[in-house]
Design a protein around this ligand. Structure first.
Ligand SMILES: [Zn+2]
Length: 54
């Protein structure tokens, strides 16, 4: 597992993120860091909303 520390320091998750904020964060995160995968529940939401992840 690769952790992009600099990206994490520059992209903190908001304190009380909305689903939309979490989706945006995770999509960006997946592009820059592989320390954790997008949670299954969020992935389902991304598919439901037809959001491009790549
Ligand atoms: Zn990460």
């Amino acid at each position: 597992m690769k952790l992009n520390k600099e990206w994490h320091l520059a992209h903190k998750m908001p304190a009380n993120p909305t689903t939309e904020q979490r989706i945006v964060w995770h999509i960006e995160h997946a592009k820059h860091c592989q320390c954790r995968a997008i949670p299954a529940r969020l992935k389902a939401e991304i598919e439901k909303q037809n959001i491009k992840t790549k």
